[in-house]
Structures are given as structure tokens and as C-alpha cells.
Design a protein around this ligand. Sequence first.
Ligand code: PBG
Length: 330
Amino acid sequence: MKKNFPNIRLRRLRNNSPIRNLIRENILSPHDLIQPIFIIEGNNKTEKIKSMPDIYRMSIDIAIKEIKILKKLGIQGIALFPCIEKKYKDIQGTESFNQNGLMQRAIRGIKKSIKDIAIISDVALDPYTVHGQDGILGANKEILNDETIEVLVKQSLSHAECGVDIIAPSDMMDGRIKAIRKSLEKNKFIDTKILSYAAKYSSNFYGPFRDAVGSVKNLGALNKDTYQMDYANKKDSMREVEMDISEGADIIMIKPGMPYLDIVSKIDDLFNVPIFIYQVSGEYAMIKAASKNNWLNEKKVVLESLMCMKRAGANAIITYYAKDALKWMK
Ligand code: PBG
């Protein structure tokens, strides 16, 4: 490079805004964003979440109002997470497939009142189990893979019956995509999409979310290391993605986002499948806390972080900042 200077001056293409705009490689658009929504029982109810300032748990009626606002701002998708009351939790997570459960009512309610929005439903047992794990426990508190899949299949089918667009298993059991796809096909839900959390790491960045859905106390000092991936690994992700695509996943999720963009980039290189990234609760909390202290420019940092995810290979991003970003992009 040195010997080509000054024939090559890389700064030539950076010296004014029209030139920078013309050569820009990636764009971030309102079509790229998905807002997570935490649902609670009740009417006209909102609750603050301590570790996630400006994010609220909402009863279904309030959520519907909020989603209408999001739609006006241009959102394409929402991801629903239920916060289940203690009295409905058990060791098997049976409430997860109650056809009249909170999630099921939320999906039906939103579908009925809002057209043209992709509803994504989380499929996992942690909001429903007294122990806060994503699976059924064995005699030694180990997570039983195949037994858990049976419940996940029932949960998925119950969401499909409510008209959900995309089922998103976030549990990390082996073989669940195959089993869920098989039962969807069998029951003629041929268009229900599966967004597999294929590359989900056992991450410390999920802390505020566990606070939001109320699983943090139940989980206690335990972790999810026997099913979510070791954050030291990269090849493991490729095997997970390969497996989930072969079992019938339509879209692949990588999670968390920002510290894991090397994983996204490699998956983007190796596989021909749409990629979603989840900018998780801990990432939100970090940016929010620093911004509240005026240590970071919130708007600029958020838009940068989202653009970097696009650059890494994301087709869409689930982010607690979706609503703000939509406003900022206007
Ligand atoms: C639960 C689930 C988690 C998240 C999404 N679905 C937490 C976990 O695995 O413990 C995390 C999302 C976030 O941190 O924003 N299956």
C-alpha cells in the first residue's frame, strides 16, 4: 500500500457527505426492526422493569395500543414474552400450552385488532417453570432434552392455533426444530415460520430480561450452561445452525448481538438463510445506563450498534430500542 501512495488516497472517498452516502455499503431501515413486548395479566396495566428503564410490562389491551403506535412508526414485527403469575407456574411448565393462557390470548388479541404485523412468539419453558429453567428437570436436576421437546411441541402448536406468524424456540434443546416442524405440518400449519434461536449463548447479558419475565429469583444461582452454548466457542454455533436448517428452521437467530458479531459474520458467510440478531436486555441496559449519565450519546450509539449488526449480516434485529430507533430514523 505504502508504495502506491499518493496514487491511492483512501480518504478521497470520505471527504464529503454525498460521496460517503453514495459509497455506503449497508443501510438500516425501519423494515429491519422488531420490538420485544413483555405481557402481563390484567387491564390497563403497565409495570416498570427495574433493570430496563423506559421498558414496561403491559397488559394485553395496553400492548395493543402500543403496537398500533409502533405500526404507525413503521415496525414490521413484534416479539412477545409473557410474564406469568406465580400461581400458574409448575415444574413441567404446563401453563405454556394452555389455549387460554396469557400468550395465547395476547396473540389472538393482537391478530384480531392489528393487520399486517409479524407476531413472533417465544417458545421456551422458563416463564412457566417454578425453577426458571427452559426445560423439564430430571432426578438430579438435569434438563431432560426429549421430555422437554414434547412440551415445546404442544406450546408451539398452541401458538400456531392462535394465528402466530413466527414461532421462535429459544430453549436450545436438541431436535426441537424437527419435532415442532413435524407437528406443524401434520396439523396443516404449513405457513407458520420457525425462527430458531440456533446460536444462543449462555450469556450473562440476559440478566435484565430474567428480571422482566420474573424468572431470575426462580433460577437463583443456577445457570443454563448445559444447553445454551459456551461463549468461548465458535464452531459449536455452525453445527447448531446447520442442524436447525436441516430440521426445517426458516430463519436463524444469533444472540446476544454486539459481543457476538464474529459469529454472525461467519454464519452469513457459510449459510444461505435469513439471519436475525437479538440485541439483548443487557446490551440495552448498558447503553441506557451510560446514556442516562450523559456518558454516551444514546441516539448515535444505538443507531451505530444496529448498523454494525446489519454490516455483520443481520436481516433484522430484535431490539428494545426499536421504537426509539424508528423515531430517530424519521
Ligand atoms: C428465554 C429467553 C431469554 C431471552 C429470550 N428468551 C433468557 C434466557 O435464556 O435466560 C433473553 C433476552 C434478553 O436478554 O433480552 N428462553
